[in-house]
Structures are given as structure tokens and as C-alpha cells.
Write a protein of this length. Sequence first.
Length: 325
Amino acid sequence: MSAHALHSLKHVVPSGEDLFRTEVFAGLSSRPRTLSPRWFYDRRGSELFEAITALPEYYLTRAECNILSNHAAEIARITGAGRALIELGSGSSVKTPLLLNALAPSAYVPIDISGDFLQQSAAALAKRFPALPIHPVVADFMDVFHLPVAVRNLPRVGYFAGSTIGNMTVPMAVEFLRATARTLGEDAHLLIGIDRIKDTQRLIAAYDDAQGITARFNLNLLQRINRDLQGTIPVAAFRHVAVWNDYEARIEMHLEAERDVEFTVAGKLFSIAAGETIHTENSYKYEPREARTLLRAGGWTPLAEWSDSEGLFGLLLASGPAPCR
Ligand code: AVI
């Protein structure tokens, strides 16, 4: 899964720092206070996310790899060989090769907002798959974008890994799925990883690990504000909180002030009282039936689904609109 996929939750792209400041001002002034998870992924945040994916408690990445290792051949039998594989997010060094080997695509198109990351991962894959045409596209996949001319006449299969769809609200997820159906075109397939609802302790542990890596990932957002927006936030006065919101079916991550704090960001003053939180991320989880309903609402027809041996995580294959004949 791409640590950068979350960059793509943005809708509008004014210049990076202006947008960051505008959103931080709005989010810290609102009630409840919020900061968007897409700001997690600066260089440090991306490194911390990579570390999260290897944690014993963070079952999502392992489960999805396990599903792909066991079922890639079956996925390939349904999609057929020779499609263009369009990966939404610039791919993982483990999951993408598994799929490339099984699907034998005629081209690979990784799409990501972060050009640097995209070039790096495309170059690494080009070494492993020298005969495969790779066409990286720097784009925000929440927006309308064009696929490279080289794959315009090929049937496509999209891949959206890691349950990144869970970081979107349900209306955003539906909008994203519909936009993806339009981009991938007639007769496309979509392979999508969606995390499932499970035992609450297991869910919370995945987002509040014993080594405190997820806490550092969450707190890095405040450090980033201090670094990039000349902030004076006393980071040590905040603690990482992960809770399961059963009504909304989501893990929420917050940063809670442990004492009254006052600080400035780009010269603007903020006061946060002890016990108040800044809500930084939602990770929605779906029962298998709900996941299928979500796909249908987004214009896709579920064809097949697989899970890991513990039934923690779902990988679903769906087909897009049939061509008008
Ligand atoms: C990127 N995304 C799918 C991760 C998740 O599980 O929601 C981000 C994450 N947040 C905390 N840990 C991992």
C-alpha cells in the first residue's frame, strides 16, 4: 500500500503550503477541532507509516499480502491476462509484484500525487519487470484525470490497496468509486482492499500499538505544523488517542491536550483546554455485505471476494459498467 495514497484525498490543490495553512487554521478553529489525515504524509510521516505496516498489531498489510499470495492466480483467471493494471496509489514493494506476476498485465500505470515517490517505485519495478511497459501518472485520483494514451485501447483493472477507502467518509468513498468507474471505462475491473469490523480490542491495538509508532505518526502532524508553518505547539502536552466509534463503524484517531495550551501557528494564536481533542483520522471498517453495498453505490458490481485465514480483511473484485452495444 502506498504511504502516499492519502495525499489523494484532497479535492482542490492550491499551492501546498498555502493550502496546509488554510486548512490548519480552519481545522484548529472549528469545533470539534480537526486536521485532515492527508497531512500525515510528509517524509517523516511516510517513514512512520511504513513502520506501522510492519507492526505485529497492524494486521491489515500482512492480511492483504496473504490474500494476494493465496489467490492471485484465481483473480487472474477472472480478469484474464493482458489488461492494463492501474494502481491508485504508487504501490507497495510486496503487493504490486505479486499482482504483476499473476495478472501478467500488458502495461502498468501507477498513479500518485507524489512525483518523487512514484518515480522511485516505478524505477524499482522496472528493474524487476524489464519487459513490462510502465507509465507513471502524477495525479490526484479523486479528480478527473486522463490515462496515458498507450493504455487507452486496453481493457483495465484498477487496484486500490490497503483499505485506504476507509479513510474516506461514505459519501467521499462513493464519489471516489464513481470517478474511478468513469476513468477506468467500460468493461473495467476493480480490485479493492477493504478492512472488516472485528473485535474492538484488536482494532484498537492496530491503531495504538505497544511500541508507540502510531502515536509518533499521529503526533508528527503537530511537529509538521511546527516545522512547516512556524508553529509553537507544545507537542509533549498532547497524547495520541485511538477509539472505536461503534455507531459510525470507524476507528478515530485524536490528539488530546493533557493541559491547557496556548500556541501560535504562522502568527495566529490558538488556545486548547485540557481534555479537548483534535480529530485527525477516521478509518471506516465494513462488514462483507456492507462492502459490497458500498461498491454497488459506487457503480461497481461485486464479482468475487477473498479473505485471509482469520477473516480480518477483505479483497473484493468488481466489474464496472458494461459497454453500450
Ligand atoms: C492509510 N490507511 C489505510 C491507514 C489506516 O489504517 O487507516 C492509515 C493509518 N493510520 C493509523 N495507522 C495507519
